[in-house]
Design a binder for this molecule. Structure first.
Ligand SMILES: Nc1ncnc2c1ncn2[C@@H]1O[C@H](COP(=O)(O)OP(=O)(O)OP(=O)(O)O)[C@@H](O)[C@H]1O
Ligand SMILES: [Mg+2]
Length: 391
């Protein structure tokens, strides 16, 4: 068994010495701690000892999941056991935060290797999209190695900007269309979001969104925020998250959550788990700057249901099990200008009318999606009015 000695880095700040087992790429030992403050959010330290299990869980989660589309076939072809083994190839760098690992004998510096300012290999993206055999891959130094999520996806550099290109799931491939529809709604309501557009690759629909993270503003997902300390018994998840955000300076977090819960109701989002929202913080000062703009709203609008039953068995996340219960957490609807949503169903239908689109979303499904949005807007307006009157 070989051990790889590295320094866990946060941008230019050394955080800790870590020793990785080369066969598993798990952290075997933690050496000297250089900066407790810069440990990843949610990794705790007790009596000067970093919780290795928590650091390993954080590190393991950096690897693209084994549930990623096509990954098991690809690993088999490459004779690689787990996606974690790709992490050292990209020095653990990603396009969502500023952590990386620096091999102990190297003189690598952040400015020369980070993916925000430097080009990266797109070979992993090509492999994931089945565009290249593994034997032709030159380098796997890519943010694809460290991007979460199960859907088929890859990062591309287009006109110098980094875009996440993400597919939908068969048979309807509805998620990319939904991302655009959710963007339309958020645009109208003035909700802070990352805009998604529709792009086509080999006649398949994908969503494209620009990287909203920069070297000055990194994403920390709610999943990690919630791990800062155990939730007290008298708090629910919502209260725990709000408390932790407020303690870290985000005094207006309820409004950001109101926006997310309203959007999620309107599009019947079924996948707002704790890694699908979060906060932004400055990796140099560690100051929390704001809630992250809303991203990943595609698993919504009955994306995997039959058109006849678009509303059936909708799942609600992350705070409550039903949309009604979750809406009760919204602190104020005063900011929702319902008149701005007028005509959005027509925009949705126009958007879904494209000749390529109708091969995936037929007219029946299109009408069902527009109806779903319309009925949820109407219902929400009544609910908000009732809340105003104190009903
Ligand atoms: N525009 C972006 N800028 C920076 N990071 C992003 C962006 N979009 C997504 N990410 C990061 O990439 C991860 C995966 O993206 P996304 O959540 O869209 O994929 P997914 O496959 O839909 O995920 P899920 O498993 O939730 O279905 C996100 O959790 C987030 O950390
Ligand atoms: Mg996601």
């Amino acid at each position: 068994m070989n051990i790889i000695g590295c320094t866990l880095m946060h941008k230019t700040t050394p955080v800790a010495e870590i020793f990785l087992k080369d066969a598993t790429c798990m952290i075997e030992k933690i050496g000297e701690i250089f900066s407790v403050e810069h440990l990843p959010v949610g990794v705790r330290i007790k009596n000067g000892i970093v919780n290795r299990g928590e650091l390993n869980a954080w590190w393991r989660n950096r690897a693209m999941p084994m549930e990623r589309f096509r990954i098991r076939d690809l690993l088999y072809e490459m004779n690689v056991r787990t996606t974690r083994l790709f992490l050292p190839e990209s020095f653990g760098l990603c396009l969502s935060d500023a952590y990386w690992i620096k091999p102990m004998d190297s003189d690598l510096v952040w400015s020369k290797i980070n993916f925000y300012d430097n080009a990266f290999s797109e070979d992993m993206g090509r492999l994931l999209f089945g565009e290249m055999p593994p034997s032709l891959a030159d380098s796997l130094c890519s943010p694809d190695v460290t991007t979460e999520g199960c859907l088929k996806k890859r990062w591309e550099i287009i006109d110098g900007k980094r875009y996440l290109i993400k597919a939908g799931e068969p048979p309807y491939h509805q998620q990319p269309f939904n991302e655009v529809i959710a963007s339309m709604i958020m645009e109208r309501l003035g909700i802070a979001h990352i805009p998604y557009t529709l792009v086509w690759r080999n006649d398949e629909p994908y969503s494209a969104c620009e990287d909203f993270v920069t070297p000055e503003n990194e994403l920390v997902t709610a999943f990690h925020v919630m791990k800062i300390r155990p939730k007290p018994n008298h708090h629910n998840d919502y209260m725990h998250y709000v408390t932790l955000c407020k303690e870290n300076g985000l005094s207006d977090i309820e409004h950001a959550l109101d926006e997310m819960l309203v959007l999620d109701y309107l599009v019947a989002n079924e996948d707002r788990h704790f890694n699908n929202f979060g906060i932004l913080r400055n990796p140099d000062t560690l100051k929390w700057t704001s809630a992250a703009p809303i991203y990943d709203s595609g698993s919504s609008l009955g994306y995997c249901n039959f058109a006849e039953n678009l509303f059936n068995n909708l799942i609600c996340k992350p705070f409550k099990k039903t949309f009604l219960e979750q809406l009760k957490l919204v602190t104020s609807f005063d900011w929702v200008e319902f008149e701005k949503l007028s005509g959005v169903e027509k925009d949705i239908c126009d958007f879904l009318c494209d000749e390529k689109t109708i091969l995936f979303i037929d007219s029946k499904r299109r009408a069902a999606i527009a109806d779903l949005v319309h009925s949820r807007i109407t219902w929400l307006e009544k609910f908000a009015l009732g809340k105003q009157r104190g009903c």
